[in-house]
Design a protein around this ligand. Structure first.
Ligand code: ADE
Length: 368
């Protein structure tokens, strides 16, 4: 264990990538990076991290932020729930802890959105507490190294993996151990075709010795994705503003602005009556706007689009937004995809929409 720990730390010191959240101890900045990095690749996070911190340089500035601005800064990163929890946690840090992040694992765990991983990551990286933090990368490294055959995301497999990470963190230094495990998983101990010749743990790795790399970590048993059919209404008012609905916190796209989404594949007539009954929305002629398949982590959405005009006034709860100001609101990718599909090209030409921005970034990355 001691030898492995030393080898890992030496490897990390020599091979770590230079990333903007490294080599500093500011709990706020470390926390922002750890939240962004959950479910999102480093390359994508690099396009957001500094911009987010320029806009919200301190936990106080985030706590005081307008939710629309946070949405806009997050737009395109996905899993917006993370940002909503961040806003809540920032408020709690300011109001309950005088603007200082608690420097204990228990104190951190009590903050909104601080699960075991986030609390462990901030505790170890920012405060050097001997706390483990196991993400998917670290779990892959540890299960292979120790030859753990159980699924590390649940039950006994999870317990054993966290216990191993805790032993490593306790031997310390925890800040480097946490990041070294993640870095090894992200750059060497890859899911497929890992570069074992470059690995500091090659000589002690059970999966390498027993040729079990392709079997460890055990695959998660995922339930097949459910397909959900929805009818999306792209409604323009007399000034060509589009009507958007702030989705309820608990549902799909919670807290984000989307066009009105009705359950099921509805006919124009049913769409009109449902819009009237559920949203108080009076619609003109409904023109077909095509179909769209949108894939989320646990669901596949099949959207049937209609383009239409508002009759009368917009009901409370629906917000008319000029197309040129959509980017200020921080709309999710689903919203821009629906608008791009249903509206004439002339109306959306030149707009900065999340799906277009991702495409532009991807192109830029390929050509650089
Ligand atoms: N993924 C999660 N945390 C990370 C970190 N601190 N550096 C790089 N990738 C990460």
């Amino acid at each position: 264990m001691k030898k492995d720990s030393r080898r890992l730390l030496e490897w990390y010191e020599r091979n770590k990538r230079s990333l903007p959240w490294r080599n500093q101890k500011d709990a706020y900045r470390i926390w922002v990076s750890e939240i962004m990095l959950q479910q999102t690749r480093v390359e994508t996070v690099l396009n957001y991290y500094e911009r987010f911190l320029d806009r919200f340089p301190s936990v106080e500035s985030l706590a005081a932020a307008d939710p629309d601005e946070v949405r806009a800064a997050w737009s395109g990163l996905g899993y917006y729930r993370r940002a909503r929890f961040m806003l809540e946690a920032a408020k709690a840090v300011v109001s309950e802890h005088a603007g200082e992040f608690p420097n204990t694992l228990l104190g951190l765990r009590a903050l909104p959105g601080f699960g075991r991983y986030t609390a462990g990551a901030v505790a170890s990286i920012a405060f050097d507490l001997p706390a483990p933090a196991v993400d998917g990368n670290a779990a892959r490294v540890i299960t292979r190294w120790r030859g753990i055959r159980e699924d590390p995301s649940r039950g006994e497999g999870e317990r054993v993996v966290w216990a191993e990470a805790e032993r490593l963190a306790k031997a310390g230094p925890a800040a480097e151990i946490t990041q070294a495990l993640i870095e090894l998983g992200a750059t060497v101990c890859l899911p497929r075709n890992p570069s074992c010749t470059r690995c500091p743990w090659r000589s002690s790795c059970v999966a390498h010795r027993d040729q079990l790399i392709s079997l460890i970590p055990a695959k998660k048993k995922r339930a097949p994705k459910k397909t959900v059919e929805l009818t999306a209404l792209v409604v323009l008012d007399e000034r060509d503003r589009v009507l958007l609905l702030e989705q309820p916190d608990s549902g799909l796209f919670g807290g984000l602005y989307t066009p009105p989404l009705l359950e099921g594949h509805l006919s124009p007539r049913r769409s009109r009556s449902t819009a009237r009954n559920e949203l108080g929305l009076e619609l003109g002629e409904l023109a077909p706007g095509g179909q769209l398949r949108h894939i989320l982590t646990h669901r596949e959405l099949e959207l049937h689009l209609f383009r239409t005009r508002l009759v009368g006034r917009a009901p409370a709860g629906l917000r008319p937004v000029s197309l040129g100001r959509l980017h200020e609101l921080g709309i999710p990718t689903i919203t821009s995809r629906v608008l791009e599909q249903a509206l004439p090209e002339a109306m959306i030409e030149g707009l900065v929409l999340p799906s277009r921005r991702s495409a532009a970034l991807a192109t830029r990355r390929r050509s650089s």
